[in-house]
Design a protein around this ligand. Structure first.
Ligand SMILES: [Zn+2]
Length: 120
């Protein structure tokens, strides 16, 4: 059970990126929380900041598609999040804000590196 979090980026109580004491990334968006490994977060950041052609590469574990209403859909393994254009922009900003903070969190977490942080 994850009890201690280092907040990497936060836009609201439902839009945040945090890292728990186990080194797992908790990505909150629109009421759901994705638990990601460090490598998965790195892949997601690369995906949303990379060239558009790469985003549509369905061979990777993470990719972006469009649904029939024009929303952007972000896939990671079997999970998906659908965004309006503005929502996707906000999501991208959230990940870009988290990136420098994430990079300074050591891969092997210890209690000493943590500030207590309560998520809702
Ligand atoms: Zn944890």
């Amino acid at each position: 059970m994850c009890q201690r979090f280092e907040l990497l980026a936060e836009q609201s109580s439902t839009q945040f990126v945090a890292c728990c004491e186990h080194g797992t990334v908790h990505l909150g968006w629109g009421g759901s929380i994705w638990l990601l490994s460090r490598q998965e977060l790195i892949e997601l950041i690369r995906l949303v900041t990379g060239p558009p052609d790469e985003r549509l590469d369905h061979r990777g574990p993470c990719f972006v598609s469009r649904d029939s209403t024009g929303r952007t859909v972000l896939w990671s393994h079997e999970r998906a999040l659908a965004f309006t254009h503005a929502g996707y922009h906000a999501f991208r900003t959230l990940l870009l804000t988290a990136r420098p903070n994430f990079e300074r969190v050591p891969a092997e977490q210890t209690d000493v590196t943590f500030q207590s942080y309560r998520l809702n």
